[in-house]
Design a protein around this ligand. Structure first.
Ligand SMILES: Cc1cc2nc3c(=O)[nH]c(=O)nc-3n(C[C@H](O)[C@H](O)[C@H](O)COP(=O)(O)OP(=O)(O)OC[C@H]3O[C@@H](n4cnc5c(N)ncnc54)[C@H](O)[C@@H]3O)c2cc1C
Length: 481
């Protein structure tokens, strides 16, 4: 019997392990391990995986379970430590070969190691495939150890050599339905998990949902043609593709996203916006390759630069950031959006990360951990890579840079629609003050019906003073050899 281990690749199309397993003449079964790490607690006092992320995971698995049934493939589920659960599976089923994608995260690699060890004990072959990125690692024009230290030179190397993603695989074969008692049990378990999770998220999980969004964004609404102009928007669904949650858990293969984009360009039009979507997908690849190159350094406080900066660990201040109570509307609206929906735009992510690290001076890993818990598109490489980048300890380290969170709001949400949506207390504040309500004169404040300190907080820091202070701290940074 052939076994396909599903991980962050919850789809049936363009799925090499599944394709290869079904190509043979042995019956195929699939399996998924719910990670016990989801229940762990972070240093800053919250669960590593929120109900929102769990809900997206379960929805994606329900869809996968159904798709696999149509191929005649049962899906087994287990929860616990990889080593023990593998032992149970291998004892209960006569598995001869295991197929799985490899994933670059440190914990994911630990799980792979656990599988390798146990498979050796049982004398079973394990085949790992590469498939989390748009470009196949073997097609890169350099060795992984020579990955450029900055995104721009990475992108140029790819574009100069005209390296393209490989084409997606043909649809998978079907097999004569292969029934296992556990199959029905898995369906019931997923339904009961689903019912328990009352979380609000902005998209639904599963490959069909991903493809629906893809076709609508390209062919239906054709919003992809205005991506470059709109992508800094923070509120509307169509400000950007919103492919990220499905890419993160593999319901959508990046190659499918790319080759459909190419087809759209051929049938309709190519413009700067369609190019920019490829550009952003390359950013994702860059962080995934960086994780392969740097390993654990992507998760260390000193970052890939080995830069030792002094960080604050003030839980009261952190909680104000986390709960959207900083007195800076751009930050507060964005943090409330994250808690309410499991999403935040790229523009807002950059600002809240900059504010936490460059104004509040809080350990960037606390912020990254909160994102990990809340984002339904959480992806270890993109999350920790971007956090390091904004915190100034990652790639492309330039001189101390920070976002001015008032000016950014005024620039990217001129009419204050984003803020008013998530901070109803500021509904009647005139545009002029919407990003700095503390500047409102008394008469305007009265008219807007906002009492600072009661309806909306006073700023927790002075922007310029806190930046100056942090800059001094960064100047004292030392570098690990
Ligand atoms: C501090 C911080 C943390 C982040 N954490 C994550 C994360 O955990 N998971 C995640 O998928 N993205 C993360 N991002 C990147 C980016 O914000 C999201 O990918 C994007 O907002 C998702 O929305 P979208 O799909 O509409 O993106 P679009 O703008 O439509 O972009 C298309 C795709 O390109 C990729 N992409 C775009 N920008 C980036 C980027 N800066 N880095 C890597 N890939 C990118 C994503 O896969 C995205 O789905 C983070 C960014 C920051 C600044």
């Amino acid at each position: 019997m052939e076994f396909v281990w599903f991980r962050n690749d919850l789809r049936i199309h363009d799925h090499e392990p599944l394709y290869k397993a079904l190509e043979g003449d042995q019956p195929v079964i699939g399996g998924y391990l719910f990670s016990s790490r989801a229940h762990e607690w972070s240093e800053a006092g919250f669960r590593r995986q929120s109900a929102k992320r769990s809900r997206f995971e379960v929805e994606s698995l329900l869809a996968l379970h159904q798709q696999l049934s149509q191929l005649g493939v049962p899906l087994l589920l287990r929860e616990g430590s990889a080593m023990e659960e593998w032992r149970t599976w291998l004892n209960e089923h006569s598995i001869t070969r295991i197929h799985a994608y490899t994933h670059p995260g440190s914990e994911e690699r630990d799980d792979e190691q656990a599988l390798k060890e146990i498979a050796e004990e049982f004398g079973i072959q394990v085949i790992f495939y590469e498939g989390d990125t748009l470009l196949h690692p073997d097609d890169l024009p350099f060795e992984m150890e020579k990955l450029p230290g900055g995104f721009t030179s990475f992108r140029k190397k790819i574009e100069d050599k005209d390296i393209l993603p490989r084409k997606p695989l043909p649809p998978p074969y079907e097999q004569t339905p292969f029934m296992l008692e556990e199959q029905e049990k898995s369906g019931k378990e997923l339904m009961s998990r689903f019912r328990e999770l009352e979380a609000s998220i902005y998209v639904s999980g599963g490959e069909q949902e991903a493809l629906r969004r893809l076709y609508d964004y390209y062919y239906g609404s054709k919003h992809v043609l205005t991506y470059k102009e709109r992508r800094n928007g923070m509120l509307a669904m169509d400000d950007s593709s919103k492919f990220s949650p499905w890419l993160a858990n593999g319901s959508l293969s990046p190659r499918t996203a790319y080759w459909n984009l190419k087809q759209f360009e051929e049938e309709h039009r190519a413009n700067e916006s369609t190019y920019w979507l490829w550009f952003e997908l390359l950013w994702r690849d860059y962080f995934h390759f960086l994780l392969r190159q740097k390993g654990d350094k992507l998760f260390l406080q000193s970052g890939v630069q080995g830069m030792e900066v002094e960080w604050e660990k003030d839980i009261t201040v952190f909680d104000k950031w986390r709960d959207g109570e900083t007195g800076y509307p751009l930050i507060d609206a964005a943090m409330k959006q994250l808690s309410a929906t499991g999403y935040m735009s790229n523009r807002a992510r950059q600002n809240v990360a900059s504010f936490l690290t460059k104004n509040l001076g809080i350990d960037w890993r606390w912020g990254a951990a909160w994102f990990e818990s809340q984002l339904i598109d959480y992806d270890p490489a993109s999350n920790y890579g971007n956090w390091q980048y904004v915190a100034g300890v990652g790639t492309d380290m330039r001189k101390f840079r920070a976002f001015h969170v008032i000016k950014q709001g005024e620039r990217y949400d001129e009419k204050g629609e984003f803020v008013r949506y998530f901070l109803p207390a500021l509904k009647h504040v005139p545009n002029e003050y919407i990003y700095a309500p503390f500047r409102m004169p008394e008469d305007v404040r009265k008219q807007a019906n906002v009492q600072l300190g009661i309806d909306y907080p006073f700023p927790i820091v002075n922007l310029q003073e806190s930046l100056d202070k942090r800059q001094e701290v960064y100047k004292q940074a030392t570098f690990k050899k």
